[in-house]
Design a protein. Structure first.
Length: 117
């Protein structure tokens, strides 16, 4: 049974940093593309960042480029999202997403990130 378990969310002041983690036991992690999405209140879920399994190439939404860094540790079946220079508009529930070789996507339950002015 594949589970994605996010952690690391919380309340932080603007300009601060947080690191999100997503553990994926049971997933063919080393061959899965991993992504982070977020959803703010009243808004649609949006792409934040991704990291490919084949070459670890990363992609970012324009709104987070230069501030967020996605990385992965295949030995720990974990993907990370390091967030720096946080802004109030980064406030959202952050979701981990996995695309394994089967193509069937998995989602985590989400972790709340709140950035105060």
């Amino acid at each position: 049974q594949v589970q994605l378990v996010e952690s690391g969310g919380g309340l932080v002041q603007a300009g601060g940093s947080l690191r999100l983690s997503c553990a994926a036991p049971g997933l063919t992690f080393s061959r899965s593309t991993m992504r982070w999405f977020r959803q703010a209140p009243g808004k649609e879920r949006e792409f934040v960042a991704s990291i490919r399994w084949s070459d670890t190439r990363t992609y970012y939404a324009d709104s987070v480029k230069g501030r967020f860094t996605i990385s992965r540790d295949n030995a720990k079946n974990t993907v990370y999202l390091q967030m720096t220079s946080l802004k109030p508009e980064d406030t959202a529930v952050y979701y981990c997403n996995a695309i394994p070789p089967s193509g069937v996507e998995f989602w985590g339950q989400g972790t709340q990130v709140t950035v105060s002015p």
